[in-house]
Design a protein around this ligand. Structure first.
Ligand SMILES: [Fe+2]
Length: 232
């Protein structure tokens, strides 16, 4: 089973899908991409909102989507409700269980887009308390804001790491070569589209999976998908 572990398909929630119609079309595209389970991971920013308010808003958006799916009557992927939790200082001292993918202790955590700083120790503390199974969202994107040494430290954190399909598809030669090395070495563990819409950040699982298969990573893709199933 193919799983999209990271996307912004919930309607009118964050900077992702702008309407129920767009969400339905994104879900149809997931199906067309061979994805049969989608983890919905809207942005959670603790600096802007507390957990309670986020969860109420998320449920309302999810209910709207469910109604639209029922009315449409089409065939859609299984849905799982989660969050992309932006790392902030206070998270270290909070119970994060309700931000995990529902029914699991899997937490999709987004690092700050900032140079190395005190946040690194906070992330490590969350990982090491072992209450949640932490998955770092699109770990490859932090090559943009961290120097080589700092990014290597992130890659060494004892947790799971997700990469975006768009990076597999669009990264330049050297960055993609590094990405493929990580796939080959088992340094990255899960694929997600991080889809936000139908155009600039679309559902594109199939193209990325096909690239990985062409490069000879069939076993790695299978393992990543199986892992995504068990974590969601
Ligand atoms: Fe995201």
């Amino acid at each position: 089973m193919n799983v999209d572990f990271h996307c912004h398909i919930l309607p009118k929630f964050d900077d992702g899908s702008e309407s129920c119609e767009m969400s339905l079309e994104m879900l149809r595209r997931e199906m067309a991409n061979g994805v049969s389970r989608v983890v919905l991971t809207p942005h959670f920013y603790r600096s802007r909102e507390d957990q309670r308010s986020f969860l109420i808003r998320r449920q309302a958006s999810f209910d709207r989507l469910r109604r639209a799916m029922d009315e449409d009557g089409g065939v859609f992927p299984e849905l799982r409700l989660g969050a992309e939790v932006a790392m902030t200082k206070e998270l270290r001292f909070e119970d994060l269980s309700r931000l995990c993918i529902q029914g699991t202790n899997t937490l999709l955590l987004e690092l700050p887009f900032q140079p190395m700083g005190s946040w690194f120790g906070d992330v490590r503390a969350i990982i090491e308390r072992n209450t949640e199974k932490v998955v770092l969202a699109h770990v490859e994107r932090f090559r943009d804001c961290l120097d080589k040494k700092a990014h290597a430290q992130v890659m060494e954190l004892p947790c799971l790491k997700q990469i975006n399909t768009s990076s597999v598809i669009e990264d330049g030669f050297f960055r993609r070569r590094q990405l493929l090395k990580w796939v080959e070495n088992g340094d990255v563990h899960i694929l997600g589209t991080d889809a936000h819409n139908l155009t600039s950040r679309p559902v594109n699982m199939k193209v990325a999976v096909n690239i990985l298969l062409e490069k000879g990573y069939a076993a790695e893709v299978k393992e990543m998908m199986e892992r995504a199933v068990s974590l969601s």
